[in-house]
Design a protein around this ligand. Structure first.
Ligand code: AHR
Length: 500
């Protein structure tokens, strides 16, 4: 059996655990909103039409922020369509997803849903078909207390208190030729700078996110970030990163090492932002908002999922059913995000319900947890205090896409106040790996939880017919003795340990 040795101590401090890393994303896309989190007439529905069973799962998932309302959708969206009496709201063509938008859910309802879910709302402004004026109007409607046309409209629409949205995305994936109103880096950088400057005239404490590249495979990756920041550095606080991964051509080994690409994205974007900081003689650093990340079988959807016929309401789009291997990759991507908490201050698992999502629903029927639900919920629940980046001594294996990949990757958190430590590990190997974790000066005396996600069938999934096929199981091999944990990680698995 291969072995690995982890050494942990407080000197490995990276940054405090940033709760916004456990964010997610709700787009008006497919059945994410309609027939997902919103389904009037469902037996669990509240007065607003929101499903109670979905809310319970969102709370259990531990989501901290939700990016809304898109995504590609936002680049054609008129936010005014989604406020006021529902009967008066217009139906519109959604060009991004070739669907019909009924506008029965809009900003005020979604903000209420966020409060029920215990999440912070993060809004995206449309810089595709719209610009500075509409971004300012939306900001006034959402955040101004009252006494102006738009804030009074919000009050009249039944929301006396401002939504007080702190994080704002200045558009979405404006580098992508598929984006409505797609711009060059120079054009977008200028628009983001002007929009950001105007929004900060309303409230200098807003946290603004400029669009980075929509993926590391984009031909302009790196250049886009440099050019945008050279214009908008002083007006923005974050640059976004987006990354989706999938197993391709049956190459599970490369897929399991996807987090090496995420690491490359974070390090490249941080280096580019720091280059602009140095050449522009800036004092402040730009943080990363990794506001779209997940496993997504995008190639399959491109072949089969395009709607060209009609304009359906809430069609079944991008409804990936996730396997154990997918969940192991999601767990390892979370490990990478945490390891880079010094630079990644916010992140959004894309998306939340039905659309490439950890939560699935059936109209009139149940809601269930996908495999990917488990590493997310457990990391969000156990990560606390400070992030520690352990020293990991372990062998590597060759991959076609990412070169040599370590068999095991890990991150830890330590909360000095409670004395609790959590360790999150991924085993990418097809064999079990025996791991020894030296706990240095952390001094735990009790192993409280040892949970692994593993299945002999790495392609096992949870489905409507079998919603609990895959779940976390206690890892009975874990032992704490003499200041070290011994644990055997099953083949292709994700594991969490909680020590007190
Ligand atoms: O999350 C699905 C889509 O992926 C989003 O709408 C877009 O921003 C990205 O390309």
């Amino acid at each position: 059996m291969p072995t690995a040795r982890l050494s942990l101590d407080r000197s490995q401090f990276v940054a405090p655990v940033r709760r916004r890393i456990f964010g997610s994303f709700v787009e008006h896309l497919g059945r994410c909103v309609y027939d997902g989190l919103y389904e009037p007439g469902h037996p669990t529905t509240d007065a607003d039409g929101f499903r109670g069973d979905v809310l319970d799962l969102v709370r259990e998932l531990g989501v901290t922020t939700v990016r809304y309302p898109g995504g590609n959708f936002v680049s054609g969206y008129r936010w005014e369509d989604g406020v006021g009496p529902k009967a008066d709201r217009p139906r519109r063509l959604d060009l991004a997803w070739h669907s019909l938008e009924t506008n029965q859910v809009g900003l005020d309802e979604f903000a209420r849903w966020c409060r029920l879910a215990g999440c912070e709302l993060m809004l995206a402004a449309n810089l595709g078909t719209r610009g500075i004026e509409e971004a300012l109007d939306l900001l006034e409607y959402a955040n101004h207390p009252g006494g102006t046309a738009l804030s009074d409209a919000r009050v009249a629409n039944g929301t006396p208190q401002p939504h007080d949205v702190r994080m704002w995305c200045l558009g979405n994936e404006m580098d992508g030729p598929w984006q409505i109103g797609h711009l060059t880096a120079a054009e977008y950088g200028a628009l983001a700078a002007r929009t950001g400057a105007a929004m900060k005239m309303v409230d200098p404490a807003l946290e603004l996110v400029a669009c980075g590249s929509s993926g590391s495979g984009m031909p302009t990756f790196g250049e886009w970030e440099r050019i945008v920041l050279e214009q908008a550095y002083d007006q923005v606080d974050y640059l976004s990163c987006h990354a989706y991964y999938q197993e391709q051509d049956g190459d599970l080994d490369s897929f399991l090492a996807s987090s090496l690409d995420m690491q490359h994205v974070i390090e490249t974007v941080a280096a580019t932002a720091d280059h602009v900081k140095a050449t522009g003689r800036k004092e402040r650093s730009i943080a990363i908002s990794f506001d779209e990340w997940n496993v997504w079988y995008v190639a399959e959807h491109e072949e089969s999922g395009k709607i060209t016929d009609g304009w359906p309401v809430a069609p079944r789009l991008l409804e990936d059913a996730y396997s154990v291997a997918d969940a192991v990759v999601v767990g390892s991507l979370l490990i990478t995000l945490l390891k880079h908490s010094d630079r990644v201050h916010a992140a959004s698992l894309a998306q939340l319900v039905n659309v490439i999502a950890p939560i699935m629903t059936e109209p009139g029927g149940p809601a269930w947890r996908q495999t990917t639900f488990f590493p997310f919920a457990t990391t969000a629940r156990l990560a606390a205090g400070d992030v520690l980046r352990p020293r990991v001594e372990v062998g590597t294996y060759p991959t076609a896409r990412h070169g040599e990949a370590p068999l095991v990757d890990a991150v830890a958190t330590h909360d000095a106040a409670s004395g609790r430590t959590a360790v999150f590990l991924v085993n990418r190997s097809r064999e079990a790996v025996a791991v020894t974790i030296g706990l240095g000066d952390l001094g735990p005396t009790r192993l409280e939880e040892a949970l692994s996600l593993h299945d002999d069938d790495v392609y096992a999934k949870n489905t409507l017919a079998d919603p609990e096929r895959v779940g976390l199981r206690p890892n009975d091999s874990a032992r704490l003795a003499d200041g070290a944990v011994e644990v055997t990680l099953p083949p292709v698995s994700w594991t969490a340990l909680a020590l007190a």
